[in-house]
Design a binder for this molecule. Sequence first.
Ligand SMILES: C[S@@+](CC[C@H](N)C(=O)[O-])C[C@H]1O[C@@H](n2cnc3c(N)ncnc32)[C@H](O)[C@@H]1O
Length: 340
Amino acid sequence: MPAFEVHHRGVLHQLNLVMVAQFTSQEGDTSVGELQPGETQPSETQPGETQPGETPPGTDMYSFDPFAQHPFYARINHSLVQRAIARLDAARPKDKPVRVVDLASGTGAVTQLILDELEQLGRAATVIGIEPATVALEIARERLRGRAVQFVQGDADQLACVVTDADAVFLCNALHLIPDKPDVVRKITSVLAPDGFLACNSTFFTGAQTPESERFARRWIRRAFAWLRQHHPDLHPTHRGQVAALAWLSADEYVTLLEAQGLQIVERTLEQVQMPLAAVQDIGRYRLFIAGALPGIPIPLGAEALAWAAAEAARELDVTAVPRIWLQLLAQRQVNATAP
Ligand SMILES: C[S@@+](CC[C@H](N)C(=O)[O-])C[C@H]1O[C@@H](n2cnc3c(N)ncnc32)[C@H](O)[C@@H]1O
């Protein structure tokens, strides 16, 4: 589930519950890797205590979580969460508890922002995180131990089992991963209260990359392959066949997708962040990203190669950060709409 993939020749490869990153090395080698998010059995919550901004100790050192803990990641998601919760707060009587779902909650980074925002407004709420990946769920439960949130293992299919008349559903940094987008949006709409909100965002859409970030990504991966050839000439990336490509959607296509399922767009913004080199290196230490970028390479060596190569690419291009654009959408179920 990395929130960062490399666009090669304008095409991003994505499959059902599988993320694929394709890169071409300096010599033109093509490598394709698959990323599997996890099982989908529902399970129950665990209470505890929160440590904001820290990855719980003892967890997977090659997880997505260090990337999600960078301040820019909290800022960009907070921007959406704050606006969504403010609209929700304005739309409901003050004394009415609200029901909020964070679908694809991952390691809980956005769930935490939602809880903080509700708490700041003094809003009583039921908050439910739904996530298929076991390891991500463990991190989220540990991070948000003691907070008023329940986690369920699963995907959009679990929505109807855990909530009805939801006041808001969040789907952050995940819609691009889901091949059947109309299906998931329909399932979300079907559990929303008549005027409930869907807040979703992604940095994987046509227009998310700037020329600088494309240039950086190409050089980064080329340098990683070069480092591996130099330090571990016995290692060879696994070569797999081409996979069917799913093109990125444009911002307009995302809007059309939501509108087709009975949602009305109430806010649509494009926001650019600068990902510091350390964040790029953290995504390069994420096991699923490594598996996609350098298939067949042992995770620790891939992490080392990508960390070194990111620093090298940044030095050669004389940059300390890489730009990236997020699409942020806030939609509302139309009062008389039924999910198609
Ligand atoms: C990049 S993470 C984002 C996590 C969190 N929402 C955030 O913004 O930090 C994407 C998450 O989507 C989950 N995911 C992938 N495919 C999914 C699907 N079909 N249904 C639900 N979740 C999915 C992954 O397991 C992963 O935790």
